[in-house]
Design a protein around this ligand. Sequence first.
Ligand code: SF4
Length: 266
Amino acid sequence: MTNKEKPVFGTTEWAASNVNYLKGCSNDCKYCFSKEMAIRFKRKTPENWKEEEINWEAYNKNVKQREGYIMFPSTHDITPQHLDLAIDFLKRLLGNGNKVLIVSKPSFECIKRICDSFADYKDQILFRFTIGSTNNKTLKFWEPNAPDYNERKKALVYAFEAGYQTSISCEPMLDDKIDKVIEDLSQYVTDAIWLGKMNFAIRRLRTNGHLDAENQAAAEQLLEWQNDAAIKQLYNKYKDNPQIKWKESIKKVVGLEVSTIKGEDK
Ligand code: SF4
């Protein structure tokens, strides 16, 4: 198998390239992959990950037109604190002709401003909102500073009604009731609803400074909910639903071929 034929996973399933300019993310999700990487490579600590620092060099870079969607952001989020920066950055990115996959645990304020600012670029934007549960307690537990369910839904509905392309990422699914997310939100989705497991939960909790007894028990419960039998059941329930797409973590369990093409988004 050559490098080119390697199965893709994570963000590369969605987009061949990504752009970011913040170090850290105030949402401070316990399972965060970007936090784990930043700690491993000593760019951040478990404590200061939630402080968002601007990488001006990355911010000022002129991103020329690329093939396919560019994911923005992939290692942080678009938060009200740095919304002006995000608007200017998107202006340049879209102005250069790029198609942008905007991925966020959406703050209503941020998404409204983006929608209102880029009506002329609608065809170049696909929103992907991460919503792993309808339960606010669950969201708060895993994603302490991210917007609650109602706010994320409000942002999705706003983008949908404004005529943007919309999609949802339920990766990671945060409980055993993902049906509720699908039932409540599918009518506002023009593109797809992605389902995926929580990857390397215990290792990430450990690196990210969250491996206490309570979090470990919650992670073990989640792993149990996402055992192979449960995932196969979930797959059988939705396999004929054209809106549902499966992340690599699920494809492997149910025997679907994992894409080897970056950014294929399927
Ligand atoms: S929103 Fe994304 S980047 Fe931010 S802490 Fe959560 S998982 Fe990490």
